[in-house]
Design a protein around this ligand. Structure first.
Ligand code: ZN
Ligand code: ZN
Length: 117
């Protein structure tokens, strides 16, 4: 198989090159995901934003992993408890409010798990 020549990443002001078919470098791969760029007009389905707000209300806007460790931290976002990459769903029961610090730790752990397979 002939290897494709690297192209410059499609992200503005990024100097990296990529051979990926979506045209983004590894760093900017997330910009490609259609559901991340399309703005909230899911047909029939509840938009993520509303689901996120509901989870935030349920969890009282507090970081759930922190609460388990007896810390009270305002949550910055809503997170998949079981990541979608590992078969998690968008069900409310798989969503939790989380602070940025916990989310960063979780993301790193998940990335490590993914690498190890
Ligand atoms: Zn890039
Ligand atoms: Zn936290």
């Amino acid at each position: 198989m002939p290897s494709k020549p690297p192209r410059p990443c499609r992200a503005p002001a990024c100097g990296n090159k990529t051979t990926a078919s979506h045209g983004y470098c590894e760093e900017h791969e997330h910009l490609h995901k259609p559901w991340a760029t399309r703005k909230g007009s899911g047909r029939g389905g509840r938009p993520w934003r509303r689901k996120r707000d509901a989870v935030m209300r349920r969890d009282k806007g507090l970081c759930q992993p922190c609460l388990k460790n007896n810390r009270v931290t305002p949550a910055a976002q809503v997170d998949h408890i079981i990541p979608k990459a590992e078969g998690g769903t968008d069900a409310d029961s798989n969503l939790q409010a989380i602070c940025k610090a916990c989310h960063d730790v979780k993301t790193q752990t998940e990335a490590k798990r993914a690498q190890q397979g």
